[in-house]
Design a binder for this molecule. Structure first.
Ligand code: 13P
Ligand code: SF4
Length: 305
């Protein structure tokens, strides 16, 4: 079957079964073309909470599908490829977090949304890369234990010097592997390019950037900018999407190491099988997880606006 034939079949099935397809911005071009909503983690959560379809298919990673399920308890939510997880989301277990909290009495726990729903039950609020600064600033609490990504945490803390932050040593294995040497090498090759990076990158990379933001933040900045060349410090798919969307501008990856295998795992054929009922996984969460994670995620949406 050709790609466009498969896309046509997916469109037919999703209409017949009243399914909304959500795709994270890191997904492949053929998947973005058949999605109802494309966005960063925050945008997808908000869109999922307001969507009217009876079923949802998430093309992204497991924590994103769990977030949709928590926000839409009455709907059937599927993860198109059950093997797609986010390594960062699995780094801290609820039991380890309980032990960590004992070391930080009086601290409120802010979880990056890249965490399991089970872990979120132990947290006070979650944040995404695009909403973290706003939410941490808006919270009345002055002491914040930020988990699991210290790179994002330090970036947020730098914007809110009036609050006290504590961190845990997790992080994204893809973003954290870029260093200032990659910046120097990329700038040497492309001296006129602006550097746009995700806040999951190390401080030594973030400090060199012309713009720091979420996946969709990076894309919007590049589209709006008058500059003609950009070095992109996030998953490699964003380079390709920007090349299609801005054919007159040039985009280069900050490093050759920027492929997230989990975000690349989902194929158009997985979406097709998920819609046919021959693949994918329905997300089912225990009642107490739905409740605890729901409190944490809804507080994010309240504070994030
Ligand atoms: P966004 O918040 O930009 O969607 O990032 C999600 C993610 O997994 C980054 O690696
Ligand atoms: Fe997780 Fe990093 Fe992949 Fe994003 S890029 S899904 S944070 S491993």
């Amino acid at each position: 079957m050709k790609v466009h034939e498969l896309q046509g079949e997916i469109m037919r099935l999703k209409k017949e079964k009243d399914v909304c397809i959500l795709a994270h911005a890191y997904q492949s071009e053929p998947i973005l073309e058949i999605a109802d909503h494309v966005g960063d983690s925050y945008g997808l959560s908000v869109q999922a909470s307001g969507d009217a379809h009876s079923n949802m298919v998430m093309c992204g990673v497991r924590f994103m599908a769990e977030t949709c399920k928590v926000l839409s308890p009455g709907k059937r939510v599927y993860l198109a490829n059950p093997a797609a997880g986010c390594p960062m989301a699995e780094q801290l277990s609820p039991g380890s977090l309980r032990e960590l909290k004992e070391q930080y009495p009086g601290y409120v726990v802010v979880a990056y949304i890249n965490t399991t729903a089970a872990l979120k039950t132990e947290c006070d609020v979650c944040v995404t890369s695009s909403s973290a600064v706003q939410i941490c600033r808006a919270m009345p609490e002055k002491k914040i234990l930020f988990i699991p990504d210290p790179n994002l945490g330090h970036y947020v803390a730098g914007q809110i010097p009036e609050k006290t932050f504590a961190f845990w040593q997790g992080g994204c294995p893809r973003h954290a592997c870029m260093t200032r040497r990659d910046v120097e090498a990329a700038r040497a090759l492309h001296p006129d390019a602006l550097l746009l990076v995700h806040p999951e990158c190390r401080g030594e990379v973030v400090r060199e950037a012309d713009y720091i933001g979420s996946t969709t933040g990076i894309m919007s900045y590049a589209k709006r900018s008058d500059a003609g060349e950009f070095i992109i410090g996030t998953e490699i798919s964003i380079v390709e999407h920007l090349q299609y969307q801005c054919p007159d501008k040039r985009f280069y990856p900050l490093s050759a190491n920027l492929t997230c295998p989990d975000m690349r795992a989902t194929t158009l054929m997985d979406v097709y099988h998920c819609l046919r009922g021959t693949g994918g996984e329905e997300i089912l969460l225990p009642e107490e997880t739905m409740e605890g994670a729901g409190r944490c995620i809804r507080r994010m949406i309240e504070l994030g606006g």
